[in-house]
Design a binder for this molecule. Structure first.
Ligand code: NAD
Ligand code: DAU
Length: 341
């Protein structure tokens, strides 16, 4: 691609958790312009990008990736689009799958049409390790068959299929990243680590699904964002790259770090009825992206403990989020889930 100082990048979903960190990486690395295009759903938060407003090349545009006219306005003057926009929470996808199909499949198609029309130099689509489905041993490689098992991961797999179809059929220079479970500052407190941490800070129980022995391949948000930035520069069109932390750990270990770091009582841990269709384990083989020169830099325990402290020290970021719509969702998802032990 052209030198970053010449590249105009649109970051869809850039007011969310990973997209905002990615926009920060682009600004730090001197990209010519960075436009965050975001609908500001319940998960989008202007506070996540407030520090970027002072950068001369930075712009925020509110809009929906499903709105073709609005997408055209923003992509007409861009060189590269990086798509983070998505409905992202598995538990919500069990409650209302339709919204996931709309944004994660239809919205991706709208972006692809615009990329094709304006002849963009690169289309980077951010996907997830969940498209492989659970893997009980070993690690998923990019050539493995996709086997998504919940409405969120099925929608993400659908979006990916459309990206690959546009790459093969119309030559859209698309690259797909499949990232693993990401943790760090500014993650909406419906996800496990911020939910459990902020619950403890409020003296509320930690709801652990089933026995808590499920495993995720944890990665710090800065490592994830840097991996995707490398794919903007070096990812080959039509290719898929796993981006994973290499830290396959049980959920209960995260709980242990939280209780330890916040010096909280163990009886806050509450085992509740398991998630429907809960994938037991994910693990990614990252040989392919490592061959381009990326590797995760933040050690797991350091990163998790530092993240717990960030939520402890930044109550003004998360406290306003845990009200209204959030409380309604919390009741719908957690009420009546009897204890399993
Ligand atoms: P998030 O929920 O924090 O942010 C999603 C952002 O997308 C929000 O700012 C929201 O307002 C925006 N958005 C939603 N629908 C939109 C629409 N129709 N038009 C425009 N904007 C819209 O999500 P995240 O955790 O930052 O995830 C970002 C991407 O990374 C997603 O595509 C997700 O599937 C993928 N991913 C996430 C993880 C993870 O562990 N969080 C891991 C791998 C991949
Ligand atoms: O693997 C990548 C995926 O990671 C991303 O594609 C998704 O966008 C992201 O949300 C995340 O999905 P998970 O379902 O793994 O994340 P979540 O934080 O919801 O759950 C992590 C683990 O913790 C999972 O095994 C379920 C468990 N859990 C979660 C919640 C919310 C609990 O035990 N209790 C809870 O209350």
């Amino acid at each position: 691609m052209q030198h970053p100082s010449c590249a105009r990048v649109v970051v869809t979903g850039g007011a969310g958790f990973i997209g905002s960190e990615f926009a920060r990486v682009l600004v730090e690395r001197g990209y010519r312009s960075v436009t965050v295009f975001d609908k500001l759903t319940y998960a989008g938060n202007p506070a996540n990008i407030a520090d970027l407003a002072a950068y001369p090349g930075f712009t925020f545009v509110q809009g929906d990736i499903c709105d073709a006219a609005r997408v055209d306005e923003v992509l007409a003057d861009a060189d590269i689009v990086v798509n983070f926009a998505a409905e992202t929470h598995v538990d919500r996808s069990l409650l209302h799958p339709g919204e996931f199909i709309q944004t994660d499949v239809f919205g991706v198609w709208v972006l692809l049409e615009a990329a094709r029309k304006f002849g963009l130099a690169k289309f980077v689509h951010v996907s997830t390790d969940e498209v492989y489905g659970e893997i009980l041993s070993g690690s998923s490689v990019e050539t493995d068959a996709l086997s998504p098992r919940n409405p969120y991961s099925a929608s993400k797999a659908g979006g990916e299929m459309m990206v690959l179809a546009y790459a093969a059929t119309y030559g859209v220079p698309a690259v797909i990243s499949r990232g693993s479970n990401t943790y760090g500052p500014r993650q909406y407190p419906e996800k496990f680590l911020p939910l459990a941490t902020t619950n403890v800070l409020e003296g509320r129980p930690i709801p652990v699904y089933g026995n808590g022995r499920q495993m995720r391949d944890w990665m710090h948000v800065r490592d994830h964002a840097e991996g995707i930035e490398l794919l903007v520069r070096e990812g080959r069109a039509g290719e898929v790259y796993n981006v994973g932390g290499g830290n396959v750990r049980e959920n209960l270990l995260i709980v242990e770090y939280i209780l330890d770091e916040l010096d909280a009582p163990r009886d806050l841990v509450t085992h509740v009825t398991d998630r429907q269709g809960h994938d037991i384990r994910y693990s990614l083989d990252t040989t392919k992206i490592r061959s381009l020169g990326w590797q995760p830099r933040i050690p797991f325990e350091d990163g998790v403990r530092e993240t717990i402290r960030w939520y402890r020290d930044n109550r003004s970021w998360w406290e306003p989020l845990k009200s209204g719509e959030y409380e309604e969702y919390y009741r719908r998802n957690y009420a009546g889930r009897e204890l399993v032990r």
